[in-house]
Design a protein around this ligand. Structure first.
Ligand code: ZN
Length: 461
């Protein structure tokens, strides 16, 4: 070997499955991945023995994890949840027959306001991080609350548990209940304090980073949106918000901003749209809005469970993708009732079929490979980390889940004749894609037996 000796901490041997491009699954059997002390992938080999790799790279004191013993175990990139409200977790499943605007006042605002109590916030945030990590979510873009201290706590706990996270202090200074509303000055001060805190506890944003979070256009004054847009422009911060989720919401935005052509224009006019912007939902976009989003490089977080639960509509995911708009998946806890991106991906398949039933366009149907791409690579693009996470590549971080379909309590029954083994290359590919489909539709957190973030083991069953 030439060059500097690699500083390898661990070697992982087994089957690696990922979706390097939309709509296709790549299976690397008998692969070996070497990870250095910073959690970066520095070796990617196949059809070699561990001993050969250790000898060739002159490795010492390296940990080896060998799951290359046949069966139904494989490494898969960690999931990326591009839209989740951490404080709403206790309300998962509680939404009745509400739609967006009454859901917010009935269920959401009272719970979010109550998390000013840091003891309660810690209970909820510990649980939501453990639960999402347990389900293979190695990176989450969180909305917290308007409260500074509770938001800082969410950042601290993400670091403690080892989850990669974007932490958003929610900004809302109008059209919100008296008990849960800020002034413009309070919102500014709180936003800056949270950014300062995050940059203190993680100076290089290796694990957590701030994300500007105007809740949605109706809850922010023109002045606040303007200030947030300038802050974003000046520092290049990420931002996230909601857009075109519900028809009454869109009507309301038109009333509040009569000079703007559409909802999307409101964000565009305030410098809140660029390639570091995550727009949740984007269901009822006009052609003009779709073009504007594409031109700014912003991405869409598709939240199918939430969209079905509070009857918002069916996002035209294929239409967005075909128009060059990046799409990732979001649980939208607790508009969505599940903290699992696997379950969200499953529902993305079903919602796309409902959409196809109304459009009669076959291409509107998303495949298993499509939704797993959205859950990993698609999400990575939205959070601006597509060079770091989302697939197995040299230079990317070891943010990975080990999936075992034969794990204790597994709900996925794979019969002997369905077990992948190389007979000939075509049957082998088909078998693995069937196994992955069985995981998508019947699997759960019991199958995610190990999870790593930045090379650190954060879950082990
Ligand atoms: Zn949301």
């Amino acid at each position: 070997m030439t060059g500097a000796k690699l500083n390898v901490r661990a070697l992982y041997k087994g089957t690696f499955i990922h979706t390097p491009v939309l709509g296709s699954l790549e299976v690397i059997e008998h692969g070996i991945v070497g990870v250095d002390h910073d959690g970066t992938i520095v070796i990617l080999e196949r059809n070699r023995s561990l001993e050969q790799v250790i000898e060739d790279f002159d490795l010492e004191e390296v940990e080896t994890v060998d799951v290359d013993h046949g069966g139904n175990k494989f490494f898969f990139p960690g999931f990326i949840d591009t839209h989740i409200h951490a404080p709403q977790y206790p309300n998962n499943g509680i939404f009745g027959n509400s739609t967006l605007l009454d859901w917010l006042t009935t269920y959401t605002f009272p719970l979010e306001a109550s998390l000013k109590d840091l003891t309660k916030a810690k209970l909820v945030y510990d649980k939501v991080i453990e639960r999402t990590l347990g389900n293979g979510t190695t990176c989450a873009s969180y909305y917290a609350t308007i409260d500074t201290d509770a938001t800082n706590l969410l950042a601290d706990l993400s670091i403690e548990h080892g989850q990669r996270a974007f932490i958003g202090k929610v900004c809302m200074n109008q059209n919100s209940p008296d008990y849960y509303c800020e002034t413009f000055e309070e919102s500014k001060e709180s936003t800056l304090k949270v950014i300062e805190h995050i940059n203190k506890v993680d100076p290089h944003n290796k694990l957590v980073a701030p994300i500007l979070t105007p809740r949605f256009a109706p809850s922010c004054t023109d002045e606040l949106l303007h200030w947030l847009g300038n802050l974003k422009k000046e520092h290049g911060y990420h931002s996230q918000t909601h857009i075109c989720e519900n028809k009454d919401e869109i009507k309301w935005v038109h009333e509040l901003y009569p000079d703007a052509e559409g909802y999307t224009d409101v964000y565009k006019d305030h410098n809140l749209l660029d390639e570091k912007t995550i727009l949740a939902h984007a269901i009822h976009l006009t052609e003009h809005e779709k073009d504007m989003i594409r031109d700014t490089g912003a991405g869409v977080s598709h939240c199918p469970i939430s969209n079905s639960s509070i009857t918002s509509g069916e996002c035209r995911v294929r239409w967005l993708l075909d128009n060059g708009i990046p799409v990732g998946l979001g649980t939208d806890v607790s508009g969505g009732f599940s903290p699992s991106i696997l379950q969200t991906a499953r529902q993305a398949v079903l919602v796309s079929r409902h959409l196809a039933m109304s459009t009669a366009l076959e291409k509107d149907k998303l495949s298993v490979e499509d939704v797993l791409y959205l859950a990993t690579q698609g999400g990575a693009k939205l959070v601006g980390l597509n060079d770091k996470i989302g697939s197995f590549e040299l230079g990317k971080q070891w943010d990975v889940q080990l999936v075992d379909l034969d794990a204790k309590g597994s709900q996925v029954d794979v019969f002997e004749w369905q077990v992948p083994h190389i007979v000939e290359i075509e049957t082998y590919k088909l078998k693995w894609s069937n196994v992955i489909a069985k995981w998508l539709f019947n699997g759960d957190d019991r199958n995610t037996t190990k999870v790593w973030v930045n090379g650190r083991l954060v879950k082990a069953l």
